[in-house]
Structure formats: structure tokens, C-alpha cells
Design a protein around this ligand. Structure first.
Ligand code: PBG
Length: 323
């Protein structure tokens, strides 16, 4: 390639139309999943301080929000439930009449074409806030698997289009696959939060889902931030166990992990643009320190450029208005 002055890379940057023509990465609403929080009651919409624009909603208002987002072009939602009561064994997670199960039934009726994904985890339903059963200060692995399997089956029964285990117990994908198949749900895909890190960026989510651990932290089950080869092993194992898609989470601080997973695996790759990533931009924009729309679009583009096929983002609905 000839160099300057023959080659001038600025030529294609001169106008928006020229830039658009050679754009290597594009955002399409088709690739976005909108996370929603559902809480007990009726007519309830509780704003969340750390997640501006995202509230907890009772089933009726959840349906309105989901329908509105779907009408704007948002193809999928990811449901998180805040149960009436929490206990040691997370009963609300696998209750056929639980908050997520009721939402699924209502949503499948109200917005039949909307893709319904569910987060499968115990932390929103346990009194101690951990993602598994607890003995002393240990988070138990194998006994947790059975409850996760039951949770996934109850979601499938209530109309989930795919289930997304986010607990990070070893062997949960195989446990979910076994439980789903045993109940006749061999068609329900598993989107595994395969490389989920023990991250400070989940801060605002824990307020939203009321799931902060009452003691300790999640470092004995979620991944350690310095590791990327281990993330590949997590993905590999989950795919061997039957995951249909894998996820990296958080997204922006782990773009290298997204890239590594993309290069290594051909399964659909999700990335979760988590609460803290969203809150940082919202917070700075509220102070006039940066332009929210530009910062959001740039962040989401970076996640795509790194190799994600699907992005879970609290911006999904606003993005529908921006694009
Ligand atoms: C549940 C779960 C968490 C998130 C998604 N599923 C929280 C956690 O692991 O503590 C975080 C999502 C976000 O921060 O937006 N285990």
C-alpha cells in the first residue's frame, strides 16, 4: 500500500454518508435484550436510584413496559424477580406461582412475539442473598444444582423461551439440561452466563434486585477478574454440558474476554452491559460531564466490535428511540 500523500485515510471520514458506507460495526436493535425487574403488587412502579430509567414494576406495569418496548422494536427481555418473601432455600425461585412465573404467563399472553429470557439464580430469593444454598459460611455447589434445575423447569412451564443460569455453580448447565429434558422441555435453549466475574460493577443491580449478599461476597463462585484463560475453560465446559449460547459479563471491562471467546467458539455469544456500566454513564451525563447518547452508543459499539452477537443492556429501550 502506498503511503502518504497517495493514501489519506481522512478521505472516507469527510461526510457522514461516506463514514456510514465504510462502517465496520453496526448496532441493530435485533441484537438487544432488555432486562426488567418484576415485584409484587399492582400498579407499582418503583424507581431505582442507581439505575435511572429502570424501575421495579408489578406484573401489570411490567406488561405495559414490555409491550411498549416491543412495539418500538425491542425483540427480547430478560426477567428478574423480587419475591414477596425470601428464605434459606429460595422457595420463591421455583414456586409455580412465583413472581417470574406469573410474569411469564402474563407476558406470553400480552406480547406473544416478545422473546422471554429468564435469569436462573437463587440470590434474589434467598434470605442470605447468595446464589446457592449456604452451610456455615460455605456456598454449597451440588445441592444447589437441583434447585436451579427446578427453577429452570418452572420458568419453561410458565412460558420462558430460554433460560439463563447466572449462579456460577459448577455443573449447572448439565443439571438444567437434564431437568428440562426430563420434563419434556428439550426445545428450551440454555444461555449460560459462562464467564461471569465477581465484579464491582453489579452495585446498582443489587439494589434493583434486592440481592446483596448478607455476609461475605461472591468470590468463591464468580470468576476472579485477572483471569482470561479460565474464562475460556468456563465457556468450554458449559458448551460441553449443553449450553446453546454463552455469555460474558460484565462487558466493557472484559472486552478482551469477549474477543477471546468469539475467536474460540462458534456458539452465539452474549455480553451483559451491566448495571454499573450503565450507571456510570447516566451519573456522569446527569452532571453534564458527558453526552449520554454518544457515550452509550460508543460503549455498545465497542461490545459489538469485540465480538458479541447479542447485548443485554438497560439502554435497549432508549436505543430503540435513538436508532
Ligand atoms: C444474579 C445476577 C446478578 C446480575 C445478573 N444476574 C448479580 C450478581 O451476580 O450479583 C448483575 C446484573 C447487573 O449488574 O446489571 N446472580
Amino acid at each position: 500500500m502506498a503511503s502518504f500523500p497517495v493514501t489519506r485515510l481522512r478521505r472516507f471520514r469527510r461526510t457522514a454518508a461516506l463514514r456510514g458506507l465504510v462502517s465496520e460495526t453496526r448496532l441493530s436493535l435485533d441484537d438487544f435484550v432488555y432486562p426488567l425487574f418484576v415485584c409484587p403488587g399492582e400498579g407499582v412502579e418503583k424507581p431505582l436510584e442507581g439505575l435511572p430509567g429502570i424501575g421495579q414494576r408489578s406484573v401489570d406495569l411490567l406488561c405495559d413496559e414490555a409491550e411498549g418496548a416491543h412495539r418500538l422494536g425491542v425483540p427480547a427481555v430478560l426477567l428478574f424477580g423480587i419475591p414477596e418473601e425470601k428464605d434459606e432455600v429460595a422457595s420463591g425461585a421455583y414456586d409455580d406461582d412465583g413472581i417470574v412465573q406469573r410474569s411469564l404467563r402474563a407476558l406470553s399472553e400480552r406480547v406473544p412475539d416478545l422473546v422471554l429470557l429468564t435469569d436462573v439464580c437463587l440470590c434474589e430469593y434467598t434470605s442470605h442473598g447468595h446464589c446457592g444454598l449456604v452451610e456455615g459460611d460455605e456456598i454449597l455447589n451440588d445441592v444447589t444444582l437441583e434447585l436451579l434445575g427446578r427453577t429452570a423447569v418452572s420458568h419453561a412451564e410458565a412460558g420462558a423461551d430460554a433460560v439463563c443460569p447466572s449462579d456460577m455453580m459448577d455443573g449447572r448447565v448439565a443439571a438444567l439440561r437434564g431437568a428440562l429434558d426430563a420434563e419434556g422441555f428439550e426445545q428450551v435453549p440454555i444461555v449460560s452466563y459462562a464467564a461471569k466475574y465477581a465484579s464491582a460493577f453489579y452495585g446498582p443491580f443489587r439494589e434493583a434486585a434486592e440481592s446483596a449478599p448478607a455476609f461475605g461476597d461472591r468470590r468463591s463462585y464468580q470468576m476472579d477478574p485477572p483471569n482470561v484463560r479460565e474464562a475460556i475453560r468456563e465457556c468450554e465446559l458449559d458448551l460441553e454440558e449443553g449450553a446453546d449460547a454463552i455469555m460474558v459479563k460484565p462487558a466493557l471491562p472484559y472486552l478482551d474476554v469477549i474477543r477471546a471467546a468469539r475467536e474460540r467458539f462458534d456458539a452465539p455469544l452474549f455480553a451483559y452491559n451491566v448495571s454499573g456500566e450503565y450507571a456510570m454513564v447516566k451519573g456522569a451525563a446527569a452532571r453534564g460531564w458527558l453526552d449520554e447518547r454518544r457515550a452509550a452508543v460508543e460503549s455498545l459499539l465497542a461490545i459489538k466490535r469485540a465480538g458479541a452477537d447479542v447485548i443485554v443492556s438497560y439502554w435497549a429501550r432508549e436505543l430503540a428511540e435513538w436508532l
